[in-house]
Design a protein around this ligand. Structure first.
Ligand code: APR
Length: 239
């Protein structure tokens, strides 16, 4: 059984945000060169935006999906995969990210609460399907054949994130909650630290700079994810 700060740790919940993929070359949302500095999220990442201007939304997500081929997982993704493989207890990895870098970094269990770039959702048959390449309003659903009913299977502002029941259950029973590379500005993910604390967990924030909710964490380690995540995983596995 691992120890953290003198406490025995049997179950861990890890929450990741865009900061864990930044060193792989994937833009974050709110950093100086972030996606929301170049695009108004209300014109891109809402159901209303999709209704008003579907072609713009398709282009945005098609571009981000095709960019995945040009990036690779970094040491932070690989360290978390090692933790999942070698830790004696439970590790539940929930990510706000829609990229596939956790999986390509070796993680087998990844809870994508905001959906995935490489998935399309058919609004006719409600099926979610793997999407490799581009699709748009002229595309037909591979499952039911409906034309013009495919949308990116990502959770937009105003929509309910996926897997919240399971996430809440894991937060209620974990000994250690680790948030990595997230600004703490978007709920419900930004509230996970409070749920974990309320359940008695020890909480740690790993970020390049303090997040909006940094003050709610018992411990904060500032630095680049490739450094801080690798060090924390080594510490947990040694303990
Ligand atoms: N190492 C560690 N942290 C980093 C690094 C790095 N190399 N680079 C950036 N960060 C941190 C930033 O300091 C910031 O706190 O990552 C965080 C990125 O914040 P955001 O861009 O807001 O990304 P995120 O928190 O994942 O956004 C949450 O908002 O727009 C929605 O759905 C979208 O999932 C996204 C959600």
């Amino acid at each position: 059984m691992a120890q953290f700060n003198g406490r025995f740790i049997g179950s861990i919940v890890v929450l990741t945000g865009a900061g864990i993929s930044a060193e792989s070359g994937v833009p974050t949302f709110r950093d100086a060169d972030g996606l929301w500095e170049q695009h108004d999220p209300m014109e891109i990442a809402t159901p209303g935006a999709f209704r008003r201007n579907p072609d713009l939304v398709y282009r945005f997500y098609n571009a981000r999906r095709s960019m995945l081929a040009a990036v690779a997982p970094n040491q932070a993704h690989q360290a978390l995969a090692r933790l999942q493989r070698e830790f004696a207890g439970e590790v539940f990895l929930v990510t706000q990210n829609v990229d596939d870098l956790h999986e390509r970094g070796g993680s087998s269990q990844v809870c994508h609460m905001h959906g995935q770039l490489q998935a399309s959702l058919c609004t006719a048959c409600r099926r979610s399907m793997h999407a490799h390449g581009d699709f748009d309003r002229h595309s037909s659903c591979p499952a039911c054949g409906a034309v013009g009913c495919l949308r990116p299977d990502v959770v937009w502002f105003g929509e309910i994130p996926y897997y919240m029941d399971e996430i809440e259950a894991r937060l209620a029973e974990c000994d250690l909650f680790i948030a990595i590379g997230t600004s703490g500005l978007v709920y419900p993910a930004a509230g996970f630290v409070q749920r974990a604390r309320g359940a008695g967990a020890t909480t740690v924030e790993l970020n390049r700079e303090p997040s909006e909710v940094a003050g709610l964490f018992h411990h904060r380690r500032q630095g680049l994810a490739t450094t801080t995540v690798s060090a924390l995983v080594a510490e947990l596995l040694a303990g």
